[in-house]
Design a protein around this ligand. Structure first.
Ligand code: DX5
Ligand code: ZN
Length: 225
């Protein structure tokens, strides 16, 4: 059985107080911290890069689950490894010609490779990356169009999660976008075990409660299967 990982998206945090926001999430029961790296080109938004990861790393030993919404993921491997990133999840749409090189260099630098796909991208596009002799270790199924927090969960993406779980029983499958107490049931029963949640956690009065609801959702769905 794949372990439940709850990863608050720090995109919804107060960036001016990133270290204390991160600490707070960990105290609330977060397993990972999800870090959204956007280049203003692959997506129409610009967020953080390696210098911010490096600063945060000085304050925490937590698993930094980096989600790269960038046009040239290969350029970010070395700087993010040096900065202390843990997971390096790049988009399949941005690495059509060089994903093997990206995955190999991510692993060589001691990070955990993952691949993400946008809502419109067929799930079959990531199969070669999971089947390769140097495979990605996580697939992130975007459940909104990447770029911004606070969007509405797209249930039609669950078909991809189901297909992945059926084909790869022990793969880490992450969902990202619009996840919260109202949508966790759908994602967890489709087979997702890594749950990214930004606004639902940060806007809650009791983030710890939301994190625990998300975890329970995954654990209970696994018990039913
Ligand atoms: C969107 C980002 C997400 C985002 C999720 O492009 O990849 O990680 O922060 O935020 P919510 O949970 O608010 O949809
Ligand atoms: Zn993300």
């Amino acid at each position: 059985m794949v372990a439940a990982k709850i990863a608050p998206s720090m995109l919804s945090s107060d960036f001016a107080n990133l270290a204390s926001e991160a600490d707070y999430m960990l105290r609330c029961g977060a397993d990972w911290l999800h870090m959204d790296i956007m280049d203003g080109h692959f997506v129409p938004n610009l967020t953080i890069g390696a210098p911010v990861i490096e600063s945060l790393r000085k304050h925490t030993r937590a698993y930094l689950d980096c989600h790269l919404m960038v046009t040239n993921p290969l350029d970010y491997v070395e700087p993010l490894a040096k900065a202390g990133a843990s997971g390096f999840t790049f988009h399949v749409e941005a690495s059509k010609d060089n994903w093997q090189e990206v995955v190999r260099s991510v692993k060589a630098k001691g990070m955990r490779p993952g691949v993400a796909l946008k809502p419109g991208t067929p799930v079959t596009d990531v199969y070669p990356l999971v089947d390769d002799e140097v495979p990605v270790e996580m697939v992130l199924v975007m459940t909104v169009e990447p770029g911004f927090g606070g969007q509405k969960f797209m249930p039609e993406t669950m078909e991809k999660v189901r297909a992945l779980r059926q084909k790869y029983p022990s793969l880490d499958i992450e969902v990202d976008g619009g996840l919260g107490p109202d949508t966790i049931g759908q994602a967890a029963s489709a087979g997702a075990n890594c749950i990214v949640a930004g606004s639902s956690v940060f806007k809650a009065k009791e983030p710890a409660e939301v994190i625990s609801i998300l975890r329970k959702g995954v654990v209970e769905a696994q018990g039913r299967n």
